[in-house]
Ligand binder design. Structure first.
Ligand code: ASP
Length: 410
């Protein structure tokens, strides 16, 4: 039932996109109507996204940290899993940035009409470091300074664990607030078809058909980066740690990958993913810990998409990202992908946080929003493949550890 609903939303989004492009082309050369009467509704949709991003990040990170009190019990499995997830995700952002920088020259710069934006001064490294730590709890939320929001969430998360029994009511509140925020986000995502329509019309009307070529190109680059990451990172780590042939792995994973591709939801693909990794040799107890955790915090595809989109949007606005800005993107996109829920469209919402962290205009999301579903199908497939690779690797490492312990005992 649930799946059917999600699929039809995707169809609606495509209809919104196609209609938006058609209407946008009709207004080319005469974009006033589109800018005055259609664009405001696109802005409304973006405002909703901006509105929900802070609570989503706050509560999902707090929930994640608080659940680490269980992670400690799971001990070595937990540490290995988190290590693999963090390393592969930051590498994924790097892959996204790498391909974006190669193809950057072919992304077009938009007509400046209607883009009232002046580049924010990029702060230096020490300043960035100091700025990560908020001096009060209100301003990070009201200014949506995402790194500060994350630091705050981490502190409150760890504080809750340290408070023990006394922290229980707060932890229950956070869990419930997380659920509520997710539901609100879900409703905002339901508005995507209209949002997409209202966002793409003025973009096409102002920039003409040339923007479409640029969008097709950035999509192509995204898929190249997705495939490169999956083939290089997962094949190599699986070969190295598990000794499994990459073809065997990808073949065995096909049902789960297809499910992820069509539903654009890591959570939706979870049951099939569990089945696939067990058939490939993962331990059931380990897979049932590693995969659900991965479906919530490990999003390599999303990280690639966020790195790439940040460069694409910057280029469209005529902004050249500095090295330190790109490093900030690696950091924030890694964290943003952790905070991304495994549901359709969530990665695009978290893109707002990545853009804000380097002073890029959040309005830039309008450029990629129209085709987000196509990005999403690919990134979700990468997301769940990363979770599966981790489950196999940790199973193997734990097997080896158990064998060593057994050998010592005899
Ligand atoms: N749809 C993705 C997933 O479920 C999340 C995202 O939007 O990036 O894994």
């Amino acid at each position: 039932m649930e799946r059917k609903k999600k699929m039809s939303l995707a169809v609606w989004i495509f209809i919104g996109l196609a209609l938006g492009i058609a209407v946008g082309l009709m207004f080319t050369g005469n974009p006033e109507f589109a800018n005055n009467y259609i664009k405001p509704f696109g802005t409304l949709f973006l405002n909703l996204i901006k509105f929900i991003v802070v609570p989503i990040v706050m509560f999902s990170i707090m929930t994640g940290v608080i659940s680490m009190s269980d992670l400690r019990k799971v001990g070595s499995v937990g540490i290995k899993t988190i290590l693999y997830y963090m390393c592969t995700t930051s590498f994924a952002v790097f892959v996204g940035l790498f391909f974006a920088n190669i193809f950057k020259g072919s992304f077009i710069q938009l007509s400046t009409a209607g883009l009232e934006y002046t580049a924010a001064e990029a702060p230096g490294f020490i300043e960035t470091l100091i700025n990560i730590f908020p001096d009060n709890i209100i301003s990070p939320m009201s200014n949506a300074t995402m790194l500060q929001v994350i630091v705050m969430a981490l502190f409150f998360g760890f504080g809750t664990i340290m408070a023990g029994e006394k922290g229980k009511p707060f932890s229950d509140f956070v869990e419930s607030a997380n659920e509520v925020s997710m539901k609100i986000m879900d409703s905002i995502i339901q508005l995507s078809p209209i949002g997409v329509f209202c966002l793409i019309v003025p973009v096409v009307a102002t920039n003409g058909a040339s923007i479409l070529g640029s969008l097709a190109l950035v999509l192509l680059v995204a898929y190249i980066a997705y495939i490169a990451h999956a083939v290089i990172v997962y094949s190599l780590t699986l070969k190295g740690f598990v000794g499994i042939h990459p073809i065997t792995f990808f073949k065995g994973m096909m049902p789960a990958i297809m499910m992820a591709f069509s539903s654009a939801s890591s959570v939706g693909a979870l049951p099939l993913n569990l089945e696939c990794v067990e058939k490939l040799g993962a331990r059931k107890d380990i897979a049932s810990f590693v995969l659900p955790l991965g479906a919530t915090i490990n999003m390599d595809g999303t990280a690639i998409y966020q790195g790439l989109s940040a460069v694409f949007i910057a280029t469209c606005y005529g902004i050249n990202l500095t090295m330190s800005q790109q490093l900030t993107i690696i950091l924030t996109a890694t964290l943003a992908s952790i905070g991304t829920a495994g549901v359709p469209g969530a990665g695009m919402i978290m893109l707002a946080m990545v853009l804000q962290s380097v002073g890029l205009p959040v309005e830039g999301i309008a450029l990629v929003a129209g085709v987000d579903r196509i990005f999403d199908m690919g990134r979700t497939s990468v997301n769940i493949t990363g979770d599966a690779a981790c489950a196999l690797i940790v199973s193997k490492l734990e097997d080896k550890k158990d064998a060593r312990i057994m050998a010592k005992m005899v």
